[in-house]
Design a protein around this ligand. Structure first.
Ligand SMILES: [Zn+2]
Length: 427
C-alpha cells in the first residue's frame, strides 16, 4: 500500500501526501476487514430520477461496490466521503430513489474510518425529491442571483456580479479564482498557512474546531435576530426562537437581544431590506496559476474573491445604503479597518454608489452596547479598496497545489486553530 501511495502522490507535498495516507489507510482497514470483492467506479454508478415536468434528471453517484463472493446478491454501494459530513438528505434521496432497490447504500467516512448506512424512509425520500424538483423548476426560469453559502463552491463566483470587480475590469473565463471568507481575510498576516489550508487546500479540520460555546451562542444570536428583524413583530419572533434552546442559553441570548434593541433605539435608523446576505469583492491581481497540464506558472491574472455575510443591509432615512454587523464577541468594540473596508467596498460596488454607511454594533463587549457608524464617501472608498488590495496581494502568489508553501506563524492563535497538530507535524 505504501508503494501505491508513493506512486500516486508524487506530485503532492508532504502535508497532502500524509493526508492521503491517513485516508487510504482508514479506507483499506474498513474494506479489507470483510471478505469481499471491491469494484471501483462500476459502470452503473449513477442513480437517476427523471423530472416529472422538465426534460431533466436528478442524479447522484457512488464510487465503490462491495459484494460478497459467496452471495453476490449481497451488495453494498459506497460513497467516499473525505470530510466530516455524511451525504446530505437531498443527495441520499436521489441516490436511493434512482438506485438499485436490492443494494444497500452507505458512506465510507475515510477520516473516521467508519461505514455509515445511507437510509431514508419512503415518505421522507419523496418529500426531498419534491423539493429538488421544485428548485429545478424555479432555477430553470429564474435568473435572479441568490447568494448564499453555495457561492463558496461556485465556479462562476468572480464573474456572476454578486462580488464585483472594480468598474471596467472583466474577469477572464478561465482565470484562477481564490475565494476567501471574511475570517480568512482577517487571518492574513497572523498566519497565512491557516487561511490557505482552509480557503485553498481544503485540509480537513481537526480538534479546536469552531465548536466553542461562545461562538455557538453568537451563531444562534445572528440567526434569531435575522428572523426577528424580518418579522412583523420582532420581539415575539425572537421570544419564539428562544423556545428552541436551553434556559441558560436563552438567558444569554435574551441579554444580547436587549443590548441589540438599545443600540437600535439610539443609532441612525436603518430600514432593513435583507438579512444574512452574502456580499463581497473580487480583487484582480497577478500571481501564480496552474496550466491545464499541471505546470505552475507565475504572472498570470488571478481573482481573489472575498465574501462576507452581512447581518443586515438596508437604507438609512436619507436613503444612504447601510450595512450592519452584529458583533457578539468579547472584543466586539474593536473595529478592524479591513473588515469595515470589505463591507463598504462590497456594498458600494454592488449598488454602484459612492457613499455607504457601515454600522458595527458592539453587543458582546463589556460596557454599554454601541453603534460604531462609519460613512465612506468616494475618497474613503478608494482608500478602502487600496487597503483590501494590500491585504490580499500575497494570496495571489500562493502555490495552487503546494500546501506546505504559505508561511506559518506560531502564537496564541494556534490554541484555537483547527489545524494545530497537523501543522506541528509539518513545520
Ligand atoms: Zn447602527
Amino acid at each position: 500500500m505504501d508503494q501505491a501511495i508513493r506512486d500516486n502522490t508524487g506530485w503532492l507535498d508532504a502535508i497532502q501526501t500524509d493526508l492521503v495516507r491517513e485516508l487510504v489507510t482508514n479506507g483499506v482497514a474498513v474494506l479489507g476487514a470483510e471478505d469481499a470483492e471491491v469494484v471501483f467506479d462500476p459502470d452503473d454508478n449513477v442513480s437517476m430520477v427523471p423530472h416529472p415536468r422538465m426534460h431533466a434528471y436528478l442524479d447522484s453517484y457512488f464510487q465503490l461496490e462491495v459484494s460478497d463472493p459467496t452471495n453476490p446478491e449481497n451488495r453494498e454501494r459506497l460513497k467516499i466521503r473525505t470530510g466530516g459530513r455524511p451525504t446530505s438528505k437531498a443527495e441520499a434521496a436521489v441516490l436511493l430513489e434512482g438506485g438499485d432497490a436490492d443494494a444497500s447504500y452507505a458512506d465510507l467516512m475515510l477520516a473516521a474510518g467508519t461505514v455509515e448506512p445511507i437510509e431514508m424512509a419512503a415518505e421522507a425520500r419523496s418529500a426531498q425529491i419534491a423539493i429538488l424538483e421544485e428548485l429545478a423548476e424555479i432555477h430553470s426560469t429564474n435568473r435572479d442571483r441568490t447568494p448564499g453559502l453555495h457561492c463558496y463552491m461556485c465556479s462562476r463566483i468572480a464573474r456572476c456580479g454578486q462580488f464585483p470587480a472594480p468598474k471596467g475590469y472583466r474577469v477572464g473565463a478561465n482565470e484562477r479564482t481564490i475565494r476567501l471568507s471574511k475570517t480568512d481575510l482577517l487571518g492574513l498576516g497572523v498566519c497565512d498557512r491557516r487561511s490557505a489550508w482552509k480557503a485553498l487546500h481544503g485540509i480537513p479540520k481537526e480538534e479546536n474546531d469552531d465548536g466553542n460555546e461562545a461562538s455557538a451562542i453568537g451563531l444562534l444570536f445572528h440567526d434569531f435576530v435575522a428572523t426577528a428583524t424580518m418579522s412583523e413583530n420582532p420581539d415575539a419572533a425572537f421570544a419564539q426562537c428562544l423556545e428552541q434552546v436551553s434556559p441558560e442559553d436563552a438567558a444569554r441570548l435574551a441579554s444580547l437581544y436587549g443590548r441589540h434593541k438599545t443600540v437600535e433605539e439610539g443609532h441612525v435608523p436603518v430600514r432593513v431590506g435583507r438579512v444574512e446576505y452574502e456580499i463581497g469583492v473580487t480583487v484582480p491581481l497577478r500571481g501564480a496559476a496552474a496550466t491545464a497540464n499541471g505546470q505552475v506558472v507565475s504572472d498570470r491574472a488571478v481573482s481573489v474573491v472575498v465574501i462576507a455575510r452581512a447581518d443586515a443591509v438596508g437604507r438609512e432615512s436619507d436613503n444612504t445604503p447601510a450595512v450592519i454587523e452584529h458583533r457578539t464577541g468579547k472584543t466586539s468594540d474593536r473595529i478592524d479597518e479591513r473588515e469595515t473596508a470589505l463591507y463598504a467596498v462590497s456594498a458600494a460596488r454592488l449598488l454602484n454608489v459612492d457613499t455607504i454607511a457601515v454600522h458595527q454594533h458592539a453587543l458582546g463587549a463589556k460596557g454599554e452596547p454601541k453603534c460604531e457608524r462609519i460613512v465612506y464617501g468616494a475618497e474613503q472608498l478608494a482608500e478602502a479598496e487600496d487597503l483590501l488590495v494590500r491585504t490580499v496581494e500575497t494570496v495571489a502568489g500562493w502555490h495552487p497545489l503546494d500546501a506546505s508553501e504559505p508561511s506559518f506563524s506560531v502564537g496564541d492563535w494556534c490554541a484555537v486553530c483547527p489545524f494545530e497538530s497537523r501543522c506541528q507535524r509539518h513545520r
